[in-house]
Write a protein that binds this ligand. Structure first.
Ligand code: NDP
Length: 452
């Protein structure tokens, strides 16, 4: 048995893996990390970051229309996708360099290669080299899946969207989750005729009904052709695009089809089962509250564990792992009251329980107001926003906060602090309003709209 080459070997250079490697190295741990693709992972290279930049790009036509109504002159120009893409690629390369730099500057050895496990302490790289480590951290993330329909190979997934050489004239988006709704708004904003098929009754399943209802309504108002209770039966190539046969009895042709039908953990080919690392149905690595697998030397964080699949959560799981294993301070990552935002237009920001989930747990009061915000009502737009609090009738704690509004992502980060601290409705009310803002409604709603 050879000695260990490293104290820690991390597989995967995304948000969770890079953070764990860095903080471990800063604590004096000898660390190596293997990444087969680009450093930064899904979030930086093919997720949150390029997505948010596309959100910004897609908001300008609406802003220009508003500007004209406010009295500014000028005409809209055409959107130059290739100019945007070149700049985007430059930014992603810059960020990837930053990620590589973080590892290098902290003394982490990196291997630009796929890695798999040979035993509880041994990793084999794609070129056959083997390295031994006292601890191994799996941070291999996840990837988008395509539905099992004839012709599915003709469709794109989110990884492909950033690589498009030109924007299609029309797109069909399949799915009703974060990615489907965000990209429907982005592509619609960029001028692509956008249709969305979702198999369920309402998009954004699991979020507060009233909030997701308003997002769906605003999406439809902005011109997205929304079809609920609809799925794809088959797709085939046609002279003018992709012909899609759907469960609603229609056959339509779209320039592109985009599957946003969920993601699966990257666990294949890692050699996990043979080692005794338990893999759950759906492919996620099973871990305990400290992110430890059934093999004591192997831990896993981030999307590969399919707990809460968000970058900041993976980062916190990575840091808790380092506290637990290398700093002698057993730390469970806290998955309670995680604020999140869906970057639709308008955005939805949410923390805590939906009205429906809270209602099932005990008596609640619901405070909500939906109104036309000042900026766009001034120019006669019908767009509405929503501010909503779910309050426990007994403890008066705010159990949930749901915001649908431009900038809701920024607002919910702040409201999330109060909710996480256990603030009561009366403490919200004791906070002076910031006027005139949309979010001031969160501290001025005096009467519940429902008691349940
Ligand atoms: P989600 O799991 O959120 O949504 C998948 C959607 O596809 C659901 O509406 C689902 O329907 C539908 N679906 C699944 N399988 C099929 C099928 N075979 N045919 C038709 N429809 C199908 O996944 P996403 O891909 O949108 O996002 C993955 C995860 O990434 C999110 O859950 C989130 O954790 C993260 N993310 C976070 C973002 C953010 O923080 N802003 C942005 C983007 C992603 P049904 O509801 O019926 O199951």
């Amino acid at each position: 048995m050879t000695a260990f080459d490293y104290d820690l070997f991390v597989i995967g250079g995304g948000s969770g893996g890079v953070r764990a490697a860095r903080v471990a190295a800063q604590a004096g741990v000898k660390v190596a990390l293997a990444e087969e693709s680009r450093y930064g992972g899904t979030c930086v290279i093919r997720g949150c970051v390029p997505k948010k930049l596309m959100v910004f790009a897609s908001e300008f036509p609406g802003l220009m229309e508003e500007a004209r109504e406010y009295g500014w002159g000028g005409q809209d120009g055409a959107f130059d996708w290739s100019k945007f893409r070149t700049r985007l690629e430059g930014e992603l390369t810059r960020l990837e360099t930053v990620y590589r730099g973080i590892l290098k500057n902290n003394g982490v050895t990196t291997y630009d290669a796929r890695a798999r496990l040979i035993d509880a302490h041994t990793v084999e790289l794609a070129d056959g080299q083997q390295r031994r480590a006292k601890h191994i951290l799996l941070a291999t993330g996840g990837r988008p899946v395509r539905p099992d329909v004839p012709g599915a190979e003709l469709g794109m997934v989110s990884d492909d969207v950033f690589q498009m050489t030109e924007l299609p004239d029309s797109v069909l988006i399949l799915g009703g989750g974060y990615i489907a709704c965000e990209f429907a708004c982005i592509l619609n904003g960029l001028g692509v005729k956008t249709t969305l098929y979702y198999r369920g009754a309402q998009v954004l399943r699991g979020f507060d009904d009233e909030a997701r209802g308003l997002v769906a309504e605003e999406m439809a108002q902005s011109g997205i052709d929304m079809h609920m209770g609809t799925n794809i039966l088959a797709m085939k190539k046609s002279a003018d695009g992709i012909r899609v046969k759907a469960t609603n009895g229609t056959e339509r042709v779209f320039g592109a089809v985009f599957f946003a039908t969920g993601r699966v953990p990257n666990t294949e080919g890692l050699g996990l089962e043979a080692l005794g690392v338990q893999v759950k149905r759906g492919g996620a690595v099973a871990v305990d509250a400290y992110s430890q697998t059934a093999v004591p030397s192997i831990y896993a964080v981030g999307d590969v564990t399919d707990r809460v699949n968000l970058t900041p959560v993976a980062i916190r799981e990575g840091m808790a792992f380092v506290e637990t294993v290398f700093k002698g301070k057993p730390t469970k990552p806290d998955h309670d009251l995680i604020p999140t935002a869906v970057f639709t237009q308008p955005e939805m920001g949410t923390v805590g329980l939906s009205e429906e989930a809270a209602r099932a747990l005990g008596p609640i009061e619901v405070y909500a107001t939906s109104f036309r915000p000042m900026r766009t009502s001034f120019i006669g737009k019908a767009a509405r926003v929503l501010m909503k609090l779910i309050v426990c009738a007994e403890t008066r704690r705010v159990l949930g906060c749901h915001i649908v509004a431009p900038g809701a992502g920024e607002m919910i980060q702040m409201a999330g602090i109060a909710v996480k601290m256990g603030a009561t409705k009366e403490q919200f009310d004791a906070t002076c309003a910031v006027h005139p803002t949309m979010a001031e409604e969160l501290v001025t709603m005096s009467k519940p709209v429902r008691v349940a």
